[in-house]
Design a protein around this ligand. Structure first.
Ligand code: VG1
Ligand code: CO
Length: 543
């Protein structure tokens, strides 16, 4: 089984976005698209040679084919050993856990997260470093630079590895270990949470549903919630991973998980419901007739961290991505712990977590996590909520409304305009950027602008600088409007408008967010000229 070097022509469109390289499946399947990228990872990440690589994906269409190709390339490139999840499966947080536990030099995770799958859907690949987290910008830029010049790739002509059977294999002398994708992750969860208290809750009259959306978390949720914690069978719905996610967007929000939301409605509604996305790193939390925004979820978990055994003595600090609401900032102030504002994308939390400066972090985009791994973690968030519910013995709505009464409520919403023409989106952002210097001190629809900038971040640990991370307009009332373009889409551009208003008065905290934010929404539209530039009258998705 010789390894052969094949010549190939580089691609010019392989720059990783917010979370790895993401394209239509047909792009990945065509020519050497996948191979050129993987070879660029092996060429630049030289620590992988002779060391362990973790490999797995969310099970979407093309996952298995891609894994076989990567295994043969790993062997030909001198990788020491590959640990791969059975069936080619590993959720993103589980991959992070496995990289850390087995001291791998890195990992390749195959997923396009919450984007649809299937032959006409999306595919993606992401490189994680030895800390288990998404590669920092410096590393993704190295890989990208290599994709522009890579002229050959190496592959060993061997038979496919049997991914379905747990065990040890060799591929042209390289050991391949097919592991159970759930066991290591489940053990980690046991070491963090109060499984006794959660189990007692789930075996009582409390009713919950977990929607795996036919994506990767099905096997994880069934094992942990139903088998280990004793939740009734049927607690996990849509638990069978499917290559096309049943034709749906595996995106846990009010729009795409509408069936689950319905189960929480009315007096017969369940007490608690949650969902996760394609690769298992996102989460949506619902109580009966109650939606917890991801920003509030982070704040509430931070405020209640000591309910969780691993955090009995408190947390070191918190971080949130810039567009995430400032609810957690108020908790940090009250607890006198550090709070960081980072650019969008989990990679920016890595250094802070590694340095022990933060314990919890989160994003408005249904991402919450802690220092247990270096990715956001959907099931972790679900278990964290269950742990808090089990200890506080109150409903989700009671806990969140009490939180607002204590800290004030940050009304929050994100409006997405999808599939906008790239030229129009760029024009809109450029127009906003040009106006930034003149805005501070002026009135916009009667609101005084206190600051207006294009968010730049200096990493407090390694000093690296990331610029142009989104336009922020802050008002003296504490309200905020943020504009940025998505870095994960595959068709045209997606404009995201983030709206936030602070309400300290408990008698004013029960409005529909779209009503509470109506004035800001109009201001945002007028300021950016959204309808005139994009031709859109309303957003495609409101979360
Ligand atoms: C989106 C979210 C961002 C998240 C990223 C990856 O990025 O806004 O908060 O980190 O997806 O999530 P963007 O650039 O499209 O706004 V996942 O679940 O795809 O790993
Ligand atoms: Co995801």
């Amino acid at each position: 089984m010789p390894s052969t070097t094949y010549s190939t022509a580089p691609y010019t469109d392989q720059r990783p976005g917010t979370s790895g390289l993401r394209k239509r499946v047909e792009v990945f399947r065509h020519g050497n698209y996948l191979k050129n990228f993987v070879q660029s990872v092996f060429d630049t990440q030289t620590e992988l040679a002779g060391n362990t690589l973790v490999l797995g994906g969310d099970g979407r269409f093309f996952n298995r084919d891609a894994i076989q190709v990567i295994l043969k390339m790993a062997s030909a490139n001198g990788i020491g050993r590959v640990i791969v999840g059975q069936g080619g499966l590993l959720s993103t947080p589980a991959a992070s856990c496995v990289i850390r536990k087995y001291k791998a030099a890195g990992g390749l995770i195959l997923s396009a997260s919450h984007n649809p799958g299937g032959p006409d859907g999306d595919f993606g690949i992401k490189f994680n470093t030895a800390n288990g987290g998404p590669a920092p910008e410096k590393v993704t830029e190295e890989i990208y630079a290599r994709t522009l010049e890579v002229g050959s790739y190496r592959l060993c002509d061997a038979a496919d590895v049997n991914l379905d059977k747990i065990g040890e294999y060799t591929l042209n002398k390289m050991p391949v270990q097919v592991i159970d994708p759930v066991t290591d992750y489940a053990e980690l969860m046991v070491s963090i949470f109060d499984f006794g208290a959660i189990s007692a809750l789930l075996k009582g009259s409390f009713r919950m549903r977990f929607d795996a959306m036919h994506a990767i978390t099905g096997p994880y949720a069934k094992r942990i919630l139903e088998q280990m914690l004793g939740a009734p069978k049927g607690t996990v719905i849509n638990g069978e991973p499917l290559e096309d996610f049943g034709g749906h967007h595996p995106d846990p929000n009010l729009v795409h998980a509408a069936e689950l939301v319905e189960m929480t409605r009315g007096p017969e509604g369940v007490d608690f419901a949650a969902a996760s996305d394609g690769d298992g790193d996102r989460n949506m939390i619902l109580g009966r007739d109650f939606f917890v925004t991801p920003s509030d979820s982070l704040a509430v978990l931070a405020a209640n961290a000591t309910c969780i055994p691993a955090h009995r003595n408190g947390i070191a600090g918190v971080a949130r991505s810039m567009p995430t609401s400032q609810a957690v900032d108020r908790v940090a102030t009250a607890f006198n712990i550090e709070c960081f504002e980072t650019p969008t994308g989990w990679k920016f939390f890595g250094n802070l977590l590694d340095a022990g400066r933060i314990t919890f972090c989160g994003e408005e985009s249904f991402g919450t996590g802690s220092d247990h791994v270096r990715e956001k973690d959907g099931l972790w968030a679900v278990l964290a909520w269950l742990n808090v519910l089990a200890i506080r013995k109150q409903s989700v709505a009671e806990i969140v409304t009490a939180h607002w009464q204590q800290y004030g409520r940050n009304y929050y919403s994100r409006h997405d305009y999808e599939g906008v023409k790239s030229k129009a989106a760029d024009e809109l952002m450029a127009g906003l950027r040009a106006r930034l210097p003149e805005l501070p001190g002026t009135l916009l629809d009667g609101l005084e602008v206190s600051y207006a900038d294009d968010f730049a971040y200096t990493d407090p640990i390694d000093g690296s600088i990331s610029q142009k991370q989104g336009v922020r307009i802050g008002f003296s009332s504490g309200s905020r409007i943020v504009f940025r373009l998505s870095g994960t889409g595959t068709v045209g551009a997606t404009l995201r408008v983030y709206l936030e208003a602070y309400e300290p008065d408990p008698s004013q905290q029960s409005l529909d967010p779209q009503v509470a934010l109506a004035g800001l929404i109009t201001t945002a539209n007028n300021l950016a000229g959204i309808s005139s530039i994009t031709g859109r009258k309303k957003p495609d998705v409101i979360t």
